[in-house]
Design a protein around this ligand. Structure first.
Ligand code: SF4
Length: 402
């Protein structure tokens, strides 16, 4: 089918097939792709609002047995650089988040064999006891699968227990590309196959949790596989309607085993625009300024994005791989308004909370992202003694501790 005919289908609100989307993705002029994506965005969000959330991206541990080849963040079990954050450290981070108007933690971490399911339950309960209104957007599908394997309990039961302890919603991390050929090449097939990732989300949606969906592109996948990823998400969204948003970001190669080069800004904008056209049953698409920088992040608003994601007080994973862009609320709002949109603060369910916080109260400027821990801090949280360790190193440490 010609590009003009496919573009007409988009204008007529007809669903694109994989072949049609691939044709557009590969051959449509970039301004046309942007125009079509902007048209679809405007249909879904006619009020010209662009949203963002104030939250903190906290990585509770960097110890991980998965060892994905694209990851610069993890440390193997027993590494001197490995850490687990203590409950008190997490409370302090929540206090700082609340002080700048935030109401949520995005809590993700490595697959640490020394943190049993009960550690997560106790942590979530402790946070909810102390901060009842605070939201926990936590544990991507591979972390849930890891906990299911570690506790030898089925995924639905793990999710039920985490929800009972305070889990509010599930982030869509760990999807990378939902095609098993790619997952095997990236050493992430073991942590979750494409079907397993989707199945956790299916169970989460059935249990009443809303989740996001992500895509990390630019490693070893083909164009067809990027499209296959989007179509698998579209199919599950048809089935459950549980995804709130889609977020694409480019692979960050620095300090990773896989290495290579980063996808360009144009590749990002074309991928984002194509996602807006293919994912016709997703309301929200986030701009990934964390990987693309503020300027391409702002341009994303003309290529299908309607959300600037998180103000993100802290970031560790992308920074470990070389990207260190930072925007506080003032800067995000400036970028949104300068692009001709109305900036609105939202929660994880994309419900509008109000206008920018800094216009109503004095909040400190955050010109640098915080890190999980100050350099050189190797402290081990005392409460870890309460939990049985699974790894040999962890067991030895617990003996020394006791
Ligand atoms: S991407 Fe996640 S699961 Fe993979 S090695 Fe890094 S921390 Fe572990």
């Amino acid at each position: 089918m010609s590009i003009d005919r496919i573009a007409d289908k988009v204008r007529a609100s007809e669903r694109l097939s994989q072949d049609e989307a691939l044709e557009l993705y590969r051959t449509a002029p970039t301004p046309l792709l942007g125009q079509l994506a902007d048209l679809v965005r405007a249909r879904k969000h006619p009020e010209r609002r662009v949203t963002y959330i104030i939250d903190r991206n906290v990585n509770y541990t960097n110890v991980c047995v998965a060892r994905c080849s694209f990851c610069a963040f993890y440390r193997p079990v027993g590494s001197a650089d490995g850490y687990v954050l203590g409950f008190d450290e997490l409370f302090r981070k929540i206090d700082e988040t609340i002080a700048v108007g935030g109401g949520q933690l995005l809590l993700q971490g490595g697959h640490n064999p020394d943190l049993p399911l009960t550690w997560y339950e106790d942590l979530f309960r402790a946070i909810k006891d102390r901060y009842p209104a605070f939201r926990l957007h936590a544990l991507s599908p591979p972390e849930v699968i890891h906990l299911s394997r570690l506790s030898q309990r089925p995924v639905p039961e793990v999710l039920d227990r985490l929800m009972a302890a305070g889990l509010d919603s599930v982030p869509g991390g760990g999807a990378e590309i939902l095609v098993d050929r790619v997952r095997k090449l990236l050493h992430c097939y073991g942590k979750a196959t494409a079907d397993e990732w989707l199945d956790v989300m299916r169970h989460a949606h059935r249990a009443g949790l809303r989740t996001t969906a992500t895509m990390m592109y630019g490693t070893v996948e083909t164009d067809e596989e990027r499209l296959e990823h989007m179509l698998r998400l579209r199919d599950l969204q048809d089935e459950t309607g549980g995804f709130t948003a889609f977020i694409a970001w480019s692979y960050q190669p620095d300090h990773t085993e896989l290495a290579g080069t980063e996808a360009t800004g144009l590749d990002y904008l074309r991928t984002l625009a194509t996602a807006r056209l293919v994912l016709d049953n997703f309301d929200n698409l986030q701009a990934s300024w964390v990987t693309q920088g503020g300027k391409v992040g702002q341009l994303s608003l003309a290529y299908g994005a309607n959300d600037m994601g998180s103000v993100m007080i802290e970031e560790n994973v992308v920074r470990a791989a070389g990207a260190s862009y930072c925007m506080d609320e003032v800067e995000i709002v400036r970028n949104i308004e300068d692009a001709g949109f109305v900036a609105m603060r939202r929660n994880m369910h994309y419900e509008i909370l109000g206008g920018p916080v800094f216009r109503d109260q004095a909040v400190p400027r955050m010109l640098e992202l915080a890190t999980a821990r100050a350099d050189g801090d190797t402290s081990v949280p005392g409460e870890l003694r309460n939990y049985p360790a699974r790894s040999r190193t962890g067991k030895q440490l617990r003996v020394i501790d006791n």
